[in-house]
Design a binder for this molecule. Structure first.
Ligand SMILES: C[S@@+](CC[C@H](N)C(=O)[O-])C[C@H]1O[C@@H](n2cnc3c(N)ncnc32)[C@H](O)[C@@H]1O
Length: 196
């Protein structure tokens, strides 16, 4: 199982932490799906927001020119591994200390639901990105209701989704059917691919 020791940062209970665990096989499948959706290429300069301890950086760094991994938790950033073409940064997704159009592509996985103002985070992602943004929330197969408290911030209100969509024209909202090959049998989840 991959190490996802982020729960203390959010005061999240231990059963929820277990729910987030994923097998190496599941993680590899997610990495492949992300590479495909973002159409990663060796010249790409990538940003990953909510990078946690840098798992995606480890897996994706061989396929791009550079990755910047951002997380608001210094505790988690301290646990990242040094990689030649990766920079880690402690920062808040709602106030990125990064220049306009610095990155070709931006990734955010299972993080948007924790951010108090998700629309602001998307706005920031749009500001720093040249081409494509992918954000996904990927629940575990064994989710309990509690996990969705966060996700429901985005899912429960059509009005809120619509506000975010309108502020980000060209948003494509995924639904489960977009991912049946990899995430079949999982609860519905939420995500979007944004073309700048
Ligand atoms: C559930 S983990 C997802 C980690 C990783 N993206 C993955 O899918 O394995 C959520 C991460 O978002 C980070 N996070 C939460 N709020 C944030 C914010 N406002 N800005 C940046 N990172 C944040 C947390 O510290 C945590 O590492």
């Amino acid at each position: 199982m991959a190490n996802m020791d982020w729960s203390k940062e959010f005061g999240i209970n231990s059963s929820l932490k277990q729910n987030f665990a994923r097998s190496e096989q599941e993680f590899s499948a997610q990495v492949e799906q992300i590479k495909d959706l973002l159409q990663l290429s060796p010249a790409d300069v990538l940003l990953d927001i909510g990078c946690n301890t840098g798992q995606y950086e480890k897996s994706l760094s061989p396929f791009v020119s550079h990755i910047t991994g951002v997380d608001s938790s210094p505790v988690l950033i301290r646990q990242t591994q040094v990689l030649a073409n990766v920079t880690f940064l402690v920062a808040d997704a709602m106030r990125l200390p990064l220049g306009d159009k610095t990155f070709d592509k931006t990734l955010m996985v299972s993080t948007l639901q924790y951010i108090p103002d998700p629309a602001k985070a998307i706005e920031e992602m749009r500001r720093v990105t040249k081409k494509t943004i992918l954000f996904l929330n990927i629940p575990d197969k064994t989710q309990k209701e509690s996990y969705f408290d966060g996700i429901n911030k985005l899912n429960r209100s059509d009005e809120e989704k619509e506000t975010i969509r309108q502020r980000n024209n060209a948003v494509h909202w995924f639904d489960r059917t977009d991912f049946t090959d990899t995430f079949d049998a999982r609860p519905p989840f939420f995500g979007a691919l944004i073309s700048i």
